[in-house]
Design a protein around this ligand. Structure first.
Ligand code: UN1
Length: 510
């Protein structure tokens, strides 16, 4: 199946790909195996970049930038439109490759590529809207305006869990902004990266634009370190763990470059006593179980009013027990495998810690027997005894574990929501306008996260809004709204169209 898929995506004969490779996910002689997490079988080998090929790639991206930035924004938008069309045409195959390579269910794999199609559409419109503002000068016969200019070749580091869409958010915006992309994907999803990047590169090249979409695949030591230290890349946009983000941030800050960071989350959903509990149940289950708990937006904590907690937990457990775990490509499966054995071990360690710290496992807590070979676990609900706190619940474990804690009044619930280091996503289910608006309090006293939902779960953002979070989530914003500004540099322009030399602040210098 994989060979036919790679063929349909036009990368079966790609020089980086070694068909029939028998090695595993560890790098051996400059090759990494892309492993199907469902079975543990290697799909293909992928040749990694070296210091030399890195230099060639950066040179192409740099030369590409000098040309690409001269193309008017709306013309760049035409290229992005054609890329969006190509992605549309290959959406289902690319979604299938995502499912194959990272183990998310097919509907979510396809949904992810749809997210890239959506951001391409958004970027096309934006290509005619990269506008600055004008402001009145304090001096007569002077004009002031602000304009936005292309930034340069940019580094884009992506994680395994959204191996297509996170590139899409960065690359589609970066492209209309006049930047060129040097994409370093996760070594756990190199085939999706090759297929995605080739598709964009071929479209751009067929329209005469070279060096806009570059891909560099390699280890953190060999390639990652080089990329973040590289002064030729004025912006590094990085998605991944808080640990990775801290390292990237300090390295890039050391050379006074810019970062756009989208890091971990420890997202909570508050369920108020006046909530539509059926709606809340759906939101919590999708948020906590979807993508096998491997979204940065996954729901990790449920903060529920004590008066409805027991009944809700009963329903939750029943719902969890109907969730079908298995082959992500099979019809009816809702939960696929974790990405690898290491993730399953982290899951087990977190479950053990939760028990040791006094938590009660309501459902799940172990491996799921599917007979398929991958690292399958059972989605888990841990009840935190009232009045206690579990230190493990303060950490992000990239697995389907939901910690349930109770509250008495909304201030307490909001304080719990805000009590973790990360600040990505948050949600409240309530029928009360007062509670909803307190959660969104414009004074800032409500949720401290970058994303706040009412009567929706914590995951599944649309591309139209800015995506990202505060505190240890890194502060970056990608995707919609005015996130494009991160991909450009701002210039304040002042023109004297009179004949007098006039200084601001009334200074006389005669
Ligand atoms: C991620 O997990 O890194 O909001 C991104 C969501 C998706 C994006 C998740 N649109 O869940």
């Amino acid at each position: 199946m994989a060979d036919a898929l790679l063929d349909r995506l036009g990368i079966a004969d790609h020089p980086r790909i070694i068909a029939g490779y028998s090695g595993g996910p560890d790098v051996v002689d400059g090759v990494v195996g892309s492993v199907n997490p469902t079975t543990g079988a290697t799909i293909a080998g992928v040749k990694l970049d070296t210091a030399d090929s890195y230099e060639r790639i950066i040179a192409r991206a740099h030369e590409g930038f000098l040309r690409w930035r001269t193309i008017p924004g709306p013309k760049r938008g035409e290229v992005v439109r054609a890329i969006g069309d190509e992605l549309r045409a290959h959406r289902d195959d690319l979604g299938r490759l995502v499912a194959l390579e990272v183990g998310k269910i097919l509907a979510e794999g396809i949904g992810e590529v749809q997210e890239t199609v959506d951001i391409a559409d958004f970027a096309v419109g934006l290509s005619r809207q990269l506008h600055g503002i004008t402001m009145p000068s304090e001096r007569p016969l002077h004009a002031m305006r602000e304009q936005w200019l292309p930034l340069g070749p940019i580094g884009v580091i992506t994680a395994f869990n959204f191996p297509n869409a996170v590139w899409g958010w960065n690359a589609m915006l970066g492209a209309v902004c006049g930047d060129t992309m040097v994409w370093k994907p996760s070594l756990m999803a190199p085939l999706t990266a090759i297929a995605t990047n080739e598709l964009a590169r071929r479209v751009a090249e067929s329209m005469g634009h070279h060096g806009v979409f570059e891909l560099v695949i390699g280890t953190d030591d060999e390639i990652g370190e080089r990329l973040i230290a590289d002064k030729r890349l004025p912006l590094i946009s990085a998605t991944g763990s808080c640990r990775m983000g801290r390292h990237v941030a300090s390295k890039v800050a050391g050379r006074l470059g810019r970062t756009l960071l989208e890091l971990g989350g420890n997202n909570a959903t508050i369920v108020a006593p006046d909530a539509d509990l059926d709606l809340a149940l759906k939101g919590v289950v999708f948020g906590a179980v979807g993508t096998c708990g491997q979204r940065c937006t996954s729901t990790r904590r449920l903060i529920i009013h004590e008066s409805v907690a027991d009944a809700f937990c009963d329903k939750l457990v029943k719902a969890y027990e109907t969730v079908r775990i298995g082959d992500p490509l099979a019809e009816g499966t809702l939960v696929g495998p974790l990405i690898n054995e290491r993730s399953a071990e982290a899951f087990e360690a977190a479950v053990a810690a939760a028990k040791a710290q006094g938590g009660t496992i309501l459902t799940g807590g172990g491996r799921a027997e599917t007979g398929l070979g991958g690292a399958f676990v059972t989605p888990t609900v841990v009840r935190v005894p009232s009045g206690k706190s579990l230190p493990i619940a303060m950490e992000e474990t990239f697995a389907p574990i939901l910690y349930v804690m109770t509250y008495r009044d909304l201030d307490e619930a909001i304080a719990l929501n805000n009590a973790v280091d990360q600040g990505l996503s948050s949600a409240i289910f309530t029928g009360s306008v007062r509670s909803a608006e307190r959660f969104l309090d414009p004074s800032g006293a409500g949720s401290d996260c970058g994303l706040a939902y009412v009567n929706l779960g914590t995951s599944g953002a649309e591309i139209g809004g800015a995506f990202g979070g505060e505190k240890d989530t890194g502060g970056g914003r990608e995707s919609g709204s005015d996130a494009w500004k991160a991909y450009m540099r701002r210039q304040t322009c002042t023109t004297n169209f009179g004949e007098k030399f006039d200084l601001a602040q009334g200074i006389r210098f005669e």
